[in-house]
Design a protein. Structure first.
Length: 266
């Protein structure tokens, strides 16, 4: 594991957000990687409820300033960074006034997904990739956490397929249980298709459901981790049918297993 570069991308990370399984994994796994001599970078959205003063976030001017095109709209990208106290772990925050200023994560007060989560996902995906390009940091492993990151495997293998920085990167998706029911967008496929991604790759996005997003992630990832014991049976079945390297829920509870998984399978 020594000197292996692992990019962690998640919609939730401790200590910036409450301790869900995903937020804890997104902290504990890179911590273990660092202990084993690996290198990590962590990326997450900068939601409005994150206290910037308490966590000492500051904008990185040399990384901010570019505009990202989302569904034919120019959206300014702001990059902020912080260090997790007592750990050698740096966290980069993807920010934009339109998408991430609100004091909520991915759901409104009634528990329904925000209707613009489709655009937020596209912006977050492009924002992370473009920032890593500016850092000129080529990851050996890209480890994704949660359905909000499900576009990364698709974009890296289509939209960014000619980007040399990621040519050797292996993509692992950690799947967590569903936290919404009704699809949140009727134009998700159309918005992704704007980036000239082949329609056959995004057929599932005609319906922005949890199952569709998970299917997109499984299809384009190199490995899958079932990080929730309550994953729908259809998702578990799709992981097994994919025949890609995977860990089940029991295995996913041990951080040491991740080190072996990275080293032996990729």
């Amino acid at each position: 594991m020594k000197d292996k570069k692992v990019l962690i991308i998640s919609s939730e990370v401790v200590p910036y957000l409450p301790q869900t399984d995903q937020a804890l994994n997104s902290f504990q796994i890179p911590k273990k990687i660092n202990e084993k001599g690996g290198q990590t970078r962590i990326f997450m959205p900068r939601y409005g409820l994150i206290n910037e003063r308490r966590h000492q976030l500051h904008e990185v001017i040399r990384l901010s300033g570019m505009n990202l095109v989302v569904n034919d709209m120019d959206m300014p990208l702001i990059i902020k960074v912080a260090s997790i106290p007592k750990e050698r772990m740096q966290v980069y925050f993807i920010d934009n006034e339109e998408y991430f200023k609100r004091r909520a994560l991915l759901h409104d007060a009634q528990g329904k997904c925000f209707k613009d989560n489709d655009e937020r996902m596209i912006f977050f995906t492009k924002g992370v990739v473009e920032t890593v390009k500016k850092l000129n940091w080529s990851p050996d492993i890209i480890h994704l956490h949660g359905w909000f990151t499900s576009l990364f495997p698709l974009y890296l293998k289509t939209y960014y397929k000619d980007e040399p920085l990621f040519a050797e990167s292996k993509i692992i998706s950690s799947l967590y249980g569903p936290d919404f029911e009704a699809p949140f967008s009727k134009k998700f496929q159309e918005k992704v298709a704007f980036d000239k991604i082949d329609p056959e790759h995004i057929e599932e996005l005609k319906k922005a459901s949890y199952e569709a997003l998970t299917s997109i992630a499984i299809k384009h990832s190199d490995g899958v981790i079932m990080s929730d014991e309550k994953l729908p049976e259809t998702v578990v079945s799709e992981v097994k049918k994919s025949k890609k390297p995977n860990l089940d829920f029991t295995q996913s509870k041990d951080e040491e297993v991740y080190i072996d998984f990275y080293s032996q399978k990729f």
